[in-house]
Design a protein around this ligand. Structure first.
Ligand SMILES: *Cc1c(COP(=O)(O)O)cnc(C)c1O
Length: 217
């Protein structure tokens, strides 16, 4: 599917459910994709991208940013505390804040550097052992803890379990956000972004549907 087709489908879904057209931001997830494909999407005018790894983004985005100074890159994957300083220089938003230790390091460096990327707290809505994210039952307390550290919490993020109806997870994420007065919802990927738009996503994260399958070879 082309970028414009995805954008059209998002707009159609916004219209269908009575949301303002253009109120969902599309993050083009460029992890593992060849630079030529990323360059094509940039040339089509898209400026918001997502990456999974600090190291990969560090090798890719400074060059593109020299060409397009309005490009915005969000970190979607897990963040180790020893890479926070580097991440804060590379990304305009981080979607994977999921533990107190990481929150404390972000807060300390935000003080030191005088700026902080927008932060999304990742919630493990499926309570999956192997998946990152704060458990739903612990989310309210963790949000409070982050706010007490003066961190700019703009949203919540989730990755629903394989094989489950994603809308149930999107609804849970939305409920946690609403009761905490959080506006941003980072949810929905290639296979379910329309359902996420219907559930009120502020950001959908679409990779393979835009760029084609990732070649990890
Ligand atoms: C890779 C990835 C995506 C995009 O996945 P697609 O299925 O290719 O759309 C979205 N969110 C996160 C956190 C990812 O790691």
């Amino acid at each position: 599917m082309s970028l414009s087709e995805i954008q059209n489908r998002i707009h159609a879904e916004e219209r269908r459910v009575g949301r303002e057209v253009g109120s969902t931001r599309l993050i083009a997830v460029s992890k593992v994709q060849p630079n030529e494909r990323v360059a094509e999407v940039l040339a089509q005018g898209h400026r918001l991208f997502g990456e999974n790894k600090v190291q990969e983004a560090a090798g890719k985005w400074p060059v593109f940013r020299a060409q397009y100074d309005d490009v915005e890159v969000h970190l979607l994957g897990p963040l180790q505390t020893n890479k926070v300083r580097q991440a804060m220089g590379l990304f305009q938003a981080i979607h994977s804040l999921d533990r107190p230790k990481l929150a404390k390091v972000l807060a300390r460096l935000a003080q030191e550097l005088g700026h902080c990327p927008d932060l999304f707290i990742q919630v493990n809505t499926g309570e999956e052992e192997q998946k990152a994210g704060v458990m739903p039952a612990a989310a309210d307390a963790f949000i409070t803890e982050c706010r007490d550290l003066d961190l700019p919490i703009v949203g919540l993020m989730c990755i629903p379990p394989e094989g489950e109806e994603p809308s149930l997870h999107f609804a849970l994420l939305r409920k946690i956000a609403e009761r905490n007065g959080i506006a941003g919802l980072s949810m929905g990927m290639s296979s379910d972004f329309e359902r996420a738009v219907a559930m009120g996503a502020s950001h959908v994260r679409v990779g393979s549907a835009i760029f084609g399958a990732r070649d990890y070879g």
